[in-house]
Design a protein around this ligand. Structure first.
Ligand code: C2E
Ligand code: CA
Ligand code: CA
Length: 608
């Protein structure tokens, strides 16, 4: 009786499990051959990695105790495998080669016929053989039948292998598309996918189980990259990835979002403290130095934490919230974590709106200039004015420069805006020089650091002067210390060129920043504007008075003028005069005025 179940015999070393349907189909071919050839056993032996045997026939169980594949591997079939020439042997036991004959005897094999399984690219896939226990002359018809069955089996085998290969490639592609090649961590796409699932699950549940996102950014990665090299940078990222993996529980995910940004998805978090504990654990884990080829690199991270909540339903919002909190942590001094709170979101939205409005305002020229008188303390007369930009927002009315200058600075919008201010101030003053009381007045224009370092300020100033016909000696530029501290060489050169043009330069807000006195004599400056916070307290605080006095003397010794900002009382004015301060500005004289107000002010020629 032919056993209908055929057994798969592992003839090789631990081989990859073949697809079950492939086994079934080869067994079907084997059974067909058994029936058609009336052979007591049929064996299919695969070549290559699989090296598996499939078989059918009543004699098969007896051979399972031995190694039926031995027959195929014995050298008997090598010509079949190599050349695809069918082999027929009437009695293996009588083979002229002793080893083969004895193998035939030990396995009890008489008649033997083998054909090759050939893949669709002509490659050998295996051997398909029919076996009889007694001697048997195989007919040509039988050889043809076995060849036909083998061909059908081979084409199926080929097809399945191609499918399996395609699946493998697809799996690989999918893996690659979801992982970061450097650290092997899940990438941003994978993270967002998992985050989406977590959000969906959280929505479906109504228990109070939460999850959390930690958004991580290395604090000094750029420095490492620039100083120790990209290769070390890569190694550091890999080391960080491994340490982060050590910080999470099963079911959680660590992902590299890109660059030096990582994210953790923590499922099952009880409360904010729970998430905070993990953030602390991450920081501890990264505190130990990373040893990289002779260097010990210390790294720290800034972490933003966002917790799932009904207000934060969309995955991308959650990630952005964690990102915002991370920025908070960075700005708060790095190497720390911050929890997201909705106020941050509101602030970010306001800021975003401001940016959009500001862009439009630059295009539509929604700005005007206000002018604040600059008074000489020696004569008590106005000698000039400072141009202060005003934004007339279509819905919000006048917006303070303190609110939009920093944003304009960050976004680069300060460049076109600052250019407009410069040109407008020059144009206006040139016109006012013709009015009663306008003769000889100067205008001071504030220049922001970005204008100074990222544009050709000198060229721009020269063009504005030439186009408006304003005397360069009527223009003063106000810069802040940060420009000088950060780009000393560049600033020094620009200042020298401005001096050559005949334009004066004032150091603004002196005393609020670095207050470094060392550069004062190295740079061609004309005046120092003493910040109003010092002026405010001179009539009540002795030390403030002395401090301002010292600045005035020091500045005077260097041949510079001194401008007191924010003078609001007659007493302050008197004290400043006494100290030898040369100029003053402030509400005592006048707040910043719109052009028509300034024209009236000039005409009235007040005196203090
Ligand atoms: P700043 O350059 O120090 O300008 C002086 C600021 O102090 C002005 O505020 C002015 O209105 C205010 N002020 C004047 N006198 C007094 C006083 O007696 N008491 C008090 N409490 N304040 C007084 P404003 O116009 O709001 O400008 C604020 C800042 O915005 C300016 O500070 C300047 O840094 C910046 N800014 C204004 N216009 C421009 C500009 O065109 N370009 C650039 N880059 N920055 C500008
Ligand atoms: Ca100023
Ligand atoms: Ca100032």
């Amino acid at each position: 009786m032919i056993p209908l179940h055929a057994r798969v015999v592992d003839a090789g070393r631990e081989a990859r499990a073949l697809d079950g349907t492939l086994a079934a189909s080869l067994e079907r071919s084997a059974r067909l051959a058994v029936a058609v050839l009336r052979a007591p056993a049929v064996l299919i032996s695969l070549l290559g990695d699989d090296r598996r045997c499939f078989g059918a026939g009543e004699l098969l169980p007896r051979w399972l105790a031995h190694d039926p594949g031995a027959l195929v591997r014995s050298g008997l079939c090598s010509r079949v495998a190599a050349l695809g020439v069918p082999l027929t042997i009437a009695d293996v036991r009588a083979d002229p080669h002793d080893d083969i004959a004895s193998l035939g005897t030990s396995l009890g094999v008489g008649g033997f016929m083998a054909v090759r399984l050939t893949g669709d690219r002509g490659e050998p896939l295996g051997i398909f053989c029919a076996i009889d226990e007694t001697a048997r002359e195989w007919t040509e018809e039988e050889v043809r039948l076995l060849t036909d069955i083998a061909e059908a089996a081979a084409s199926e085998l080929s097809l399945r292998r191609r499918l399996a290969e395609r699946e493998r490639v697809e799996r690989q592609l999918r893996h690659d598309s979801l992982h970061d090649p450097l650290t092997e961590l899940p990438n941003r796409a994978f993270f967002m996918e998992r985050l989406g699932q977590a959000v969906t699950r959280a929505r479906a549940r109504d228990d109070h189980q939460m999850f959390a996102i930690l958004f991580l950014d290395l604090d000094n990665f750029k420095v490492v990259n620039d100083s120790v090299g990209h290769h070390a940078g890569d190694e550091l990222l890999i080391a960080v990835a491994r340490r982060l993996e050590g910080c999470i529980r099963g079911g959680d995910m660590v992902s590299r979002l890109g660059g030096d940004e990582f994210a953790l998805l923590l499922e099952r978090v009880q409360d904010a403290r729970d998430a905070a504990r993990i953030a602390e654990r991450v920081q501890e884990a990264l505190a130990a130095p990373v040893k990289l080829g002779g260097y010990e690199l210390f790294t720290s991270v800034s972490i933003g934490v966002a917790l799932s909540s009904s207000a934060n339903e969309r995955p991308e919002y959650l990630l952005r919230s964690a990102d915002m909190a991370m920025y908070r942590a960075k700005n708060g001094g790095k190497a720390r974590f911050e929890m997201f709170d909705p106020a941050m979101h509101a602030a970010a939205l306001t800021r975003l709106q401001l940016e959009t409005d500001l862009r439009r305002a630059v295009e539509r020229e929604e700005f005007t200039l206000a002018y604040q008188p600059l008074v000489s303390l020696a004569t008590g007369r106005m000698v000039g004015m400072e141009a202060l930009v005003r934004w007339n927002h279509p819905d919000q009315g006048l917006v303070s420069p303190n609110d939009f200058i920093p944003v304009a600075e960050e976004t680069g919008l300060i460049v076109p805006l600052g250019r407009w201010v410069l040109w407008e101030a020059c144009r206006q003053l040139k016109q006012w020089h013709e009015l009663p009381g306008g003769e000889g007045l100067t205008v001071s224009v504030n220049l922001s650091p970005r204008q100074f370092t990222q544009t050709d300020v000198v060229g721009e100033v020269a063009r504005a002067l030439a186009a408006t016909g304003l005397d360069p000696r009527s223009l003063k530029l106000e810069i802040t210390e940060s420009v000088i501290i950060e780009r000393f060489e560049q600033a020094a050169q620009a200042l020298a060129e401005l001096k050559r043009l005949g334009v004066h330069v004032h150091m603004d807000d002196f005393g609020t920043g670095y207050s470094s006195l060392s550069y004062l004599h190295q740079l061609p400056l004309n005046a120092i504007k003493i910040d109003r916070t010092f002026i405010a307290s001179i009539d009540s605080d002795e030390r403030a008075l002395h401090l301002v006095g010292s600045i005035v003397v020091l500045v005077g010794n260097l041949g510079l003028e001194s401008v007191a900002e924010g003078v609001t009382s007659v007493e302050q004015m008197a004290a400043l005069r006494e100290l030898g301060c040369t100029h003053a500005q402030g509400y005592l004289f006048s707040p910043p005025l719109e052009p028509a107000g300034m024209e009236a002010f000039m005409a009235s020629a007040p005196r203090w």
